[in-house]
Design a protein around this ligand. Structure first.
Ligand code: ATP
Ligand code: MG
Length: 567
């Protein structure tokens, strides 16, 4: 690795932390957290937050907590809790023994709410949520104070306790912070901090019928855990006065600093759990880990590597400005890492048989192939060669345009790691006219690596030996949506799903792969030479019967499949 790749990036958050470290704030500690709500699978936006929070902890010898923000019993599921842990680990990060749940703090949070009431800073309100919303007003006009705002501390304490005991119906009462109904910040207009919800929670069961709201829970969870820098996305900037108000109002030992950064938005995809859930529930994708999904489990199934995601997050940096990142930037990071690490293999996606007329029927030999030209330690392997091989249908044209440097009657090309061959003629299906076989002769003096092999011809083709090749299904992916910002016209009533790309998956059922790939396992990504990067699909692959996902093309491959008649 070069020194620039190792150099820590810097940004406004690191500047804040370094200033704090220099001034001795927080006793020189850096404690961050990644706080997902377990209501869906993690996506690339979360990866940005994970790389940032865990990355800060690593860089400043601190620690990063994984905290499940599980205060909404209705939407959460243990399946999500498990997948989130798996995904964070896969990205290469470790919370050690600092795994927490906001639901572990329910008792403490309740006590803090009681404390707030005792200080005259919270009250039980009997308005409905709809009435509360109407009374909140607009930024330029003060809201209307609740008729219950002046309840006595004693009455509030008694009512809040009875709320906890389940004496009131859902929606009939809430606990509200008593702040300022004229504040220009709507979040400060007596926000609801507790509500009644008679639903079982996946961790606390039926113990609670009152649940704390996000703004009350989050700052206090940070404080309880001794977080120093609470890093979140920009939409929480307007919540920061409330975050600080709650911690100032209560007797707490730790008051973390909330710092906001711009969320990741990638072109040609959506990055909201709600939308991703819709795609899954409506069966529009093959589950949360469909290789086209921007989820961590999806990109893992597709063959992206954790290193490439970390490199991507580093390359886009951390700023205060919301913008859209081109998905090509992500693919660039993926190619960059796979180019260095992926073993090279031979494969032909759309096979066309080539027969050498000057070789005997039983001809067979083993040739040397380089495993990875970028990695001298990767060595070589033997690939088998015989009288019949396959090349790609796209690499032959009977009547080619001028600059076609692949196989065509009367012309020569080199087969990678093998010989220079000359095309004699094409054999066609008499009924359809379709080319079913190409007849060639081979120049035995031109074997790669031998004297004479330096004779130059224009084209070099990939191929596999017909005798030993294995058949495989190959799945090619294109963008999931056919517009850069699928949710852009949602405000005009257009469903983001109407922008799904109907051609985002194409399946080639009879590709031919070199024999050594038959036993490849999910988690291994290969470069099919001259084609792209591929990995066995974790759902459909079976030993000996591989199904390969295309991870990413080598720049020009997709264009090749898009050309008319290319499929
Ligand atoms: P979504 O918008 O997908 O529903 P969320 O923000 O509700 O996501 P959480 O589970 O609350 O999801 O997020 C956990 C953490 O990940 C939060 O700190 C959040 O700010 C961060 N995060 C979520 N989406 C992004 C994103 N696109 N870019 C950067 N960070 C993100
Ligand atoms: Mg959220």
């Amino acid at each position: 690795m070069s020194s620039t790749e190792n150099a820590p990036s810097t940004d406004f958050i690191r500047e804040i932390i370094e200033k704090d470290l220099a001034s001795g704030k927080n006793d020189g500690k850096v404690i961050t957290r990644f706080p997902p709500e377990p209501n869906g699978y993690l996506h690339l936006g979360h990866a940005k937050s994970i790389c940032l929070n865990f990355g800060l902890a690593q860089q400043y010898q601190g620690r990063c907590h994984l905290r499940f923000d599980d205060t909404n019993p209705a939407k959460e599921d243990p399946e999500y809790v498990d997948s989130i842990q798996e995904d964070v680990k896969w990205l290469g990060f470790d919370w050690n023994n600092h795994l927490y749940h906001a639901s572990d703090y329910f008792e403490k949070l309740y006590d803090y709410a009681v404390q707030l009431i005792q200080k005259g800073k919270a009250y039980v309100c009997d308005l409905t949520l709809e009435e509360i919303r109407q009374n909140r007003g607009v930024p330029t006009r003060p809201g209307v104070e609740s008729p219950y705002r002046s309840r006595s501390v004693e009455e509030n304490l008694e009512l809040f306790e009875r709320m906890r005991k389940g004496e009131f119906e859902e929606g009939s009462k809430v606990l509200r912070a008593k702040i300022d109904m004229a504040s220009p910040n709507l979040h400060m207009r007596d926000p609801v901090i507790y509500r009644i919800k008679k639903a079982a929670h996946h961790r606390t069961g039926d113990k609670w019928v009152v649940y704390p709201m996000y703004d009350f829970t989050h700052c206090l969870s940070d404080s309880i855990e001794g977080i120093t820098h609470s890093v979140c996305t920009l939409e929480f900037e307007v919540h920061r006065p409330l975050y600080d108000w709650v911690l100032d109002a209560l007797d707490v030992e730790c008051h973390p600093q909330q710092i906001e950064f711009a969320r990741l938005k990638l072109s040609y995809t959506v990055m909201s759990k709600r939308k991703l859930l819709e795609l899954v529930h409506e069966g529009l994708v093959d589950g949360w880990n469909d290789p086209r999904m921007p989820t961590i489990s999806g990109i893992r199934r597709r063959g992206y590597t954790p290193e490439s995601i970390r490199e991507f997050c580093k390359s886009i940096g951390v700023t205060k400005f919301n913008g859209m990142t081109d998905i090509a930037v992500l693919e660039h990071s993926v190619r960059g890492h796979l180019n260095k690490t992926a073993p090279r293999r031979m494969a032909v996606l759309k096979p066309l048989k080539v027969v050498f007329e000057n070789l005997p029927e039983d001809y067979h030999e083993e040739l040397d192939a380089v495993n990875n030209p970028e990695d001298p330690d990767a060595g070589k392997r033997k690939i088998s060669f015989s009288r019949e091989i396959y090349i790609d249908q796209d690499d032959f044209m009977e009547d080619p345009p001028k600059k076609f440097h692949r196989l065509t009657p009367g012309k020569e090309v080199r087969l990678k790691y093998a010989y220079i061959i000359k095309c004699e003629r094409a054999i066609k299906d008499e009924a359809t006219g379709e080319i079913i076989e190409v007849r060639c002769t081979l120049d035995p003096e031109t074997r790669s690596g031998m004297p004479g092999a330096d004779r130059k011809v224009k084209g070099v083709l990939g191929w596999v030996d017909a005798k030993t090749a294995v058949s495989a299904e190959v799945r090619l992916y294109d963008r999931l949506f056919n517009v850069p910002d699928p949710a852009a016209d949602e405000k005009d009533g257009v469903d983001f799903k109407s922008h799904l790309n109907p051609d985002s998956l194409s399946i080639l059922e009879n590709s031919k792969i070199e024999a050594s790939l038959a036993e490849a396992a999910p988690g291994e990504t290969f470069q099919f030479e001259r084609i792209g990067y591929f990995t066995p699909d974790s759902r459909y692959s079976k030993p000996g019967q591989p199904v390969f996902n295309r991870t990413v093309s080598l720049r020009d491959t997709w264009a090749k499949f898009q050309k008319p008649g290319g499929k």
